[in-house]
Each structure stands twice: as structure tokens, then as C-alpha cells.
Design a protein around this ligand. Structure first.
Ligand code: IMP
Length: 445
């Protein structure tokens, strides 16, 4: 609300304007190539927030949460859904596949969640049509060896339609002619699939039957003008956490293009994906693993092809939560992390999966690159292996099993040295050390 204090000066009116206070919005983002463990941390932090709002990506994400001995994977639904009080918002920057969304809702049936009041969907979020998935498959198949390694959930084609101003939005489903719009777009997509000249087998009728049934389920939920909802919530003093998907190195602008996803996974994406003004951002929580992983194609300077990489993958159970693909593994990359921290304005860090590194005699940290004959400490335009070689420092590892540790004082000295070194070079405090997938395996510093 604007408070006006008017004083007349000659013919002019001087207006003193005071804006009333809004609660800042905190952000939570992945700093690597995704799969950092954002779902677990959002779930752990939700008790401190009234609203959890997803701001980009779609069912390419797989946010894993574990509690009471059961593992849950969410794709589109925000990770605050298991908490009684929190509202969960799917923001305008998210792309929704109604079929996958419906399956997610079905998987949560036993929790008896009142979705109508707890799960609110932005009218401006775009819809993934069955033909978007076909286009994704055709585009990837046509790329051959140069394929992105997409999750094939139709993400790229849906964001292309969004920026190309052809997309269908959740709000369209409230219009009487939405099926006409759907048909025109789906027909266009079908002819585009033909242009790729690849063999894609599909039964569109079957896909559409499932799609229309899922849309009916989606329409039973609550659609909102989420930017207005969030603005009013902020003014009412509600605490909001914006939940990112994927990771900063998959950002469409700042990631390892073209091996990236099609949205802004970085802090700016929270502004556009929720309608939050930049000056309303509060804490920026950056999540990273104690090592690095990547799923899909693209450069990865610290990737390991030896037993160490194999051990990280096996102990860390590094398989994609959405596609089941084995993730590529490597040592921690401080150059890439610093880049992500800078772009996002990270104010505090959370280190995940420290327990996976237990048992390594030494641990390595990449703190610069050899790049075209010189040593550099910034993330360059091109990080292809032919240009970039990682320089490492080595530190003594730790043997102890961390998974039952409850307090920072129990952490082994060599792990503490690793943490302190990272804090010094990254210049941001590490506030949480996660030592296992369960909610309870979380150590606060
Ligand atoms: P898309 O977003 O499905 O098109 O995939 C583009 C690239 O991002 C591929 O390399 C995917 O493996 C990767 N990717 C997309 N979503 C995730 C995620 O949630 N975690 C990790 N990698 C992802």
C-alpha cells in the first residue's frame, strides 16, 4: 500500500511516497549440473517457510526426498508438499506435463493431501503437449552423436513454443476454445516431426486420450495468478522459498551450452519464473555435492573414468531420478562452483553427500584449469576437454562412516579441513552438511 503525504507547493503537488514492507523471498538453487539434493533440503527447510514455489523446469527434474524409511521422487510438484502447513506453488516459469503431473498426484494419494488448497498452479505456466515430447525425441534422434542427452520430457520444444509465442498455458484451459487451440498446435507439431526425417514410433490417439484425461484432473486443482498471490503473501509477512530445478551449469544462458536445459536455472530465473522483483530476493541458498556429477552429454572438466569415479557412482547411487541413467562422476570443481556462486549471488552453501567420500585415501579439489597453455581460475566460454585440463590440490581423506553422525563435533577432522578449505576459496559459509538421504541425516553448522 502506498502512503501519500501530499503538500501543495505553488502549482505543484509534492508527494512523499513510502512503500510498505514486503517479506523477502529466499532462493534455493543447485550449483552444479543438477541432482545436488535440492529436494531433500527444501523438505528439511520447509518447516521454516509458509510457501514453497517452483520457478522453472518441469518433469525433467527428479527431486528425491526420504523420510520414515521411504523414498519419494517429485518431478513438478514442489518439495514442500509433505508438510501440513506449507502452500506449494507451481510458478509461471515451470512447464507442466498433465500426464506426469497426474501420476505424481496419484503417487501421493496415501498422504491424503488436500491438493486443492495446498497445491496452487500459475495460470501462466506452459503446458507440455504429447507432441512436444515427440518433437523432443525427433530432435534428439536427428542430432545423432551430438545429442544433448535430453530427458525427452518435451522440455526444449515447450520452451521453444513459449519464446516463439505459440505455447499453450494453464490459463488457456479455462477458455471454452482451448481444444481448438490445442488441435492447431498439435497438428503443426505433427508435421514438424515429419521434417526431422527420423523414425519415431507413436500412437497420437493413445497419447491424446491420456492427455485429455489428465487435463481434466489438472482442472480440478486451483489455478492462480501466482505473481499476485506471492506479492500479497509477501506483504502479509509470509515466508517464501523459491525452489530451483536442475543446476546452474545447465542454465540456458550460463550453462555449458548447448548441453543445457531450456530454462534459466539461476537466481534470475526465480524473478522471471515467479514474478519476484530482484530487490525482493533475500537469502540465496546454494546446494552442491561434495563431488560432482553430470547426467547426459556435454563437457565436464573433472570427470573421472577410473575406479574413483566408479566408487562415487556406486556408493552415491548416482542414477538419474527421472531417467534412471547412470550419472557421470568426478572430483569437486571449485572453478565451476565459484562461477555459479557469483552468478547467483549465493549467500550460504549446503554441502550434500559428504558421506559418499568416506573411504577415499585422498580427496582432490580442482581449483584452477589449464586453458590454452595458461592457468586460469575462471570458468571460460569453452570447457571442452580439448581446451581445459583441471589442476588439483590433494587433501587427506577420511575413513569414518558419517551417516549416523548427528552433530558437527562428530565430523572427522579431515572432512572439517575439506569444508574449511572450500569455505575459504568459495568465500561463502557452508551452513549444512548432509550425510545421507534421510531428513534426519542433516548436520547444521
Ligand atoms: P532436458 O532439459 O530434458 O532437455 O535435458 C537437457 C540436459 O539437462 C540433459 O543433459 C539432461 O540430462 C539434463 N537435465 C535436465 N534435467 C535435469 C535434472 O533435473 N538433473 C540433472 N540433469 C538434468
Amino acid at each position: 500500500m502506498l502512503l501519500r503525504d501530499q503538500k501543495t507547493i505553488g502549482n505543484f503537488k509534492r508527494i512523499n511516497i513510502t512503500t510498505s514492507k514486503q517479506m523477502a523471498v529466499d532462493l534455493l538453487l543447485g550449483l552444479q549440473w543438477g541432482d545436488e539434493g535440492k529436494g531433500k533440503i527444501v523438505d528439511v527447510l520447509t518447516k521454516d517457510y509458509d510457501i514453497i514455489a517452483r520457478f522453472q523446469g518441469g518433469p525433467n527434474a527428479g527431486h528425491t526426498l526420504e523420510f520414515d524409511g521411504i523414498k519419494h521422487v517429485l518431478h513438478t510438484i514442489p518439495s514442500g508438499i509433505f508438510h501440513k502447513e506449507a502452500k506449494n506453488i507451481v510458478g509461471n516459469g515451470v512447464v507442466i506435463d498433465p500426464v506426469i503431473f497426474q501420476k505424481e498426484l496419484e503417487n501421493l494419494a496415501s498422504f491424503k493431501i488436500d491438493f486443492k488448497s495446498k497445491l496452487l498452479i500459475s495460470r501462466k505456466a506452459h503446458l507440455i503437449l504429447p507432441t512436444h515430447r515427440l518433437l523432443d525425441a525427433a530432435s534428439e534422434a536427428a542430432k545423432g552423436k551430438a545429442k544433448i542427452g535430453s530427458t525427452l520430457k518435451g522440455i526444449g520444444p515447450t520452451y521453444m513454443d513459449k519464446t516463439g509465442r505459440n505455447g499453450m498455458r494453464v490459463g488457456d484451459l479455462e477458455m471454452s476454445d482451448w481444444k481448438k487451440k490445442y488441435r492447431a498446435l498439435a497438428d503443426k507439431h505433427q508435421s514438424m516431426v515429419g521434417f526431422y526425417n527420423v523414425d519415431i514410433q507413436y500412437d497420437l490417439e493413445e497419447l491424446e486420450t491420456a492427455f485429455f484425461a489428465a487435463v481434466d484432473k489438472l482442472k480440478a486443482l486451483t489455478f492462480i495468478d501466482s505473481e499476485q498471490y506471492l506479492y500479497e503473501a509477501q506483504k502479509a509477512g509470509k515466508k517464501i522459498l523459491a525452489e530451483g530445478a536442475q543446476g546452474s551449469l545447465l542454465d540456458i544462458d550460463f550453462g555449458t551450452y548447448p548441453f543445457v536445459t531450456s530454462s534459466n536455472t539461476t537466481a534470475a530465473g526465480a524473478c522471471t519464473g515467479l514474478g519476484i522483483a530482484p530487490n525482493q530476493i533475500g537469502r540465496v541458498l546454494g546446494i552442491f555435492k561434495a563431488y560432482t556429477t553430470r547426467v547426459g552429454s556435454g563437457p565436464f572438466p573433472t570427470e573421472l573414468f577410473d575406479n574413483d569415479g566408479e566408487t562415487m557412482g556406486r556408493v552415491g547411487n548416482e542414477f538419474g531420478a527421472t531417467t534412471g541413467r547412470a550419472r557421470r562422476c568426478g572430483w569437486i570443481d571449485v572453478v565451476a562452483l565459484k562461477y555459479a556462486i557469483t552468478i547467483n549471488g549465493v549467500t550460504e552453501l549446503m554441502m550434500m553427500k559428504a558421506d559418499v567420500l568416506s573411504g577415499f585415501k585422498t580427496v582432490k579439489i580442482c581449483n584452477s584449469y589449464q586453458y590454452k597453455g595458461a592457468t586460469i581460475s575462471h570458468f571460460p566460454y569453452n570447457v571442452e576437454p580439448k581446451n581445459v585440463r583441471p589442476n588439483y590440490i590433494e587433501m587427506p581423506g577420511w575413513e569414518q562412516d558419517l551417516t549416523k553422525m548427528l552433530d558437527v563435533t562428530q565430523l572427522p577432522e579431515n572432512l572439517m579441513n575439506y569444508i574449511i578449505y572450500l569455505e575459504e576459496v568459495l568465500e561463502v559459509p557452508i551452513k549444512i552438511v548432509s550425510v545421507g538421504p534421510d531428513r534426519t541425516q542433516t548436520i547444521y553448522r
